[in-house]
Design a protein around this ligand. Structure first.
Ligand SMILES: [Zn+2]
Length: 182
């Protein structure tokens, strides 16, 4: 049901409205010993990229699937350098990230035919950043009615199958991607 007005403000229309119960796995994961940055560690070796859900990598930036997605095809775009603030980005990094946002929207449209997107970054924990010390942008595809059907997916196992399927679908499209930044 659409909620209008009230105290919820624009949160009602944002991706927080999606109910994503597998994200409880994210809460549990945050208590594990492995504190390596997912954006830095995921880029290390070719062999680990598939496991780390890395779809695209160049000297400036990377794109990966969010392991704890708010929706099917939820992507994360990050600079290769471990930095927290957009003001620290070089011109080349900012250009690469801009180009990857556009390319990600195009590829997701082609592969998953969403009706809309949430696209943005949370800067700092107070703003909702789960990983506050490595800047990243979210690209979340949205479908009409997705807030209604998502609660059906209540098991982490189901989500991991979705991640494998999403990776298999999106990786060939990102492999063809040529981002040239001068
Ligand atoms: Zn990092």
């Amino acid at each position: 049901m659409e909620q209008r007005g009230g105290s919820g403000g624009d949160q009602q229309g944002g991706w927080r409205q999606l109910w994503a119960p597998w994200r409880s796995g994210y809460i549990r994961a945050s208590h594990r010993k492995d504190t390596r940055c997912i954006f830095c560690f995921g880029a290390l070796r070719e062999a680990s990229r598939r496991r780390r859900l890395v779809l695209y990598l160049d000297p400036q930036a990377c794109v990966m699937l969010n392991r704890y997605p708010y929706n099917n095809g939820h992507l994360l775009i990050a600079p290769r350098r471990h930095l927290a603030d957009p003001e620290q980005l070089s011109a080349a990094e900012a250009a690469a990230i801009g180009a990857l946002q556009t390319a990600s929207v195009r590829i997701l449209r082609q592969a998953l035919a969403p009706h809309g997107f949430n696209l943005g970054a949370n800067l700092g924990r107070v703003a909702g950043a789960g990983i506050a010390d490595h800047l990243h942008w979210h690209v979340v595809p949205r479908w009409n009615g997705d807030t209604n059907f998502m609660p059906v997916l209540t098991q982490t196992r189901v989500v991991s199958e979705h991640l494998d399927a999403s990776y298999a679908l999106l990786h060939p499209l990102f492999r063809q991607l040529q981002i040239t930044v001068s």
